[in-house]
Design a protein around this ligand. Structure first.
Ligand code: UDP
Ligand code: MG
Length: 322
């Protein structure tokens, strides 16, 4: 299919089991974009959905020439799906939005309005998070604050990937080929003029979150290891502190034995100290392991994703994928 290269806005939607959300999503996106009156394209990236999302997307692409899709060969994860969308999109700017209607499509108009004032990045900051569980809200709040405290990059608080970015930013992102993607960090790292619009995050319309606890932890790790060496410095300081402390304890033990003539004995203190040091050592090895695993993935340098099908031209999808 021929594509219009004068696209003003590309909207990138990662899709993992969203068949029930797609019709409403499509309708609201289309209404908003038609309201702006600019040439646009919708890029759906089907990330190995197990339901009928792909059929739904195919149906849309057959009736609407503004709908494009990339179908992955399996599930590669949310960040990779967005990356694929950025790789193939043509717009002068792009909007990244979730496919579960947690990010209201109507906000794109506000994002675009701010963008026209000359900012390269307009992110949507969550004023409230309706619907998310207490656990998700607290862990997310904690995560954004730990991340911010541990890195020099100015990563905005309480902000997901819902945002509008300029073509300049898209092109620089393509030059950042790291395997463990943390897009909101990469975009913050790039700099330029960044601003935000506040919004109330809705709850997911249908279906369940694709982010399990394990995946959330993995994602948090990628954010921290990708943008900070603080855990490594923490481990070093921990080592220093414990060494200093044990030196003091040795001094006291010697003093107690020779001066006070009271030899310190005890199974309890022995076990506690050896378990403590064992724990600290495992923790330290684990922290180093996180960084080593990052190096490993980047040395392997596999394609980020594999495309099984698409209605985009072949060279457009062969950027990062196979
Ligand atoms: N998603 C994806 N691949 C995945 C998991 C999620 O493409 O492996 C998509 C999902 O369809 C949605 C967006 O990423 O459009 C956000 O995912 P989700 O709503 O599951 O995350 P949460 O909002 O719970 O953080
Ligand atoms: Mg969601």
């Amino acid at each position: 299919m021929e594509r219009n290269s004068n696209v003003a806005i590309s909207v990138i939607v990662p899709i993992y089991n969203e068949e029930k959300n797609l019709p409403e999503l499509y309708r609201r996106l289309t209404d908003t974009l038609l309201g702006l009156g600019l040439p646009y394209e919708l890029v759906f990236v089907n990330d190995g959905s197990k339901d009928n999302s792909l059929l739904e997307i195919l149906r849309l692409s057959q009736t609407d020439s503004a709908v494009f899709y990339v179908n992955f060969s399996r599930n590669f994860g949310h960040q990779i799906a967005v990356t694929a969308g950025l790789d193939v999109c043509r717009g002068a700017c792009a909007v990244i939005i979730d496919g579960d209607l947690q990010d209201p499509p109507e906000l794109i108009a506000d994002l675009y309005q701010k963008y026209q004032k000359g900012h390269e990045v307009v992110y949507a900051k969550r004023a409230t998070r309706n619907g998310d569980s207490f656990f998700k809200k607290t862990t997310a709040k904690l995560f954004y604050r730990v991340l911010r405290a541990s890195t020099a990059t100015d990563i905005p608080l309480d902000t997901g990937d819902f945002r509008l970015i300029d073509r300049k930013v898209i092109d620089y992102l393509k030059q950042m080929p790291e395997q463990n993607k943390f897009l909101r960090g990469q975009i913050a790292w790039l700099g330029f003029s960044q601003t935000h619009v506040l919004f109330d995050r809705d709850s997911r319309r249908h279906g369940t979150s694709g982010y399990s606890l394990g995946r959330m932890l993995r994602f948090a790790m990628d954010g921290i290891t990708g943008f900070s060496d603080a855990p490594l410095q923490f481990v070093t300081r921990l080592g220093f502190t414990i060494s200093a402390l044990s030196f003091l304890i040795i001094l006291y033990a010697v003093y107690s034995h020779f001066i006070l003539h009271r030899t310190i004995t005890g199974w309890t203190s022995l076990i506690i100290s050896s378990m403590f040091i064992g724990g600290v050592q495992l923790l330290s090895v684990g922290v180093i392991g996180e960084y080593v695993s990052r190096i490993n993935r980047n040395v392997l340098n596999r394609p980020l994703y594999i495309v099984q099908g698409s209605n985009l031209s072949q060279n457009a999808v062969a950027v990062n994928g196979g």
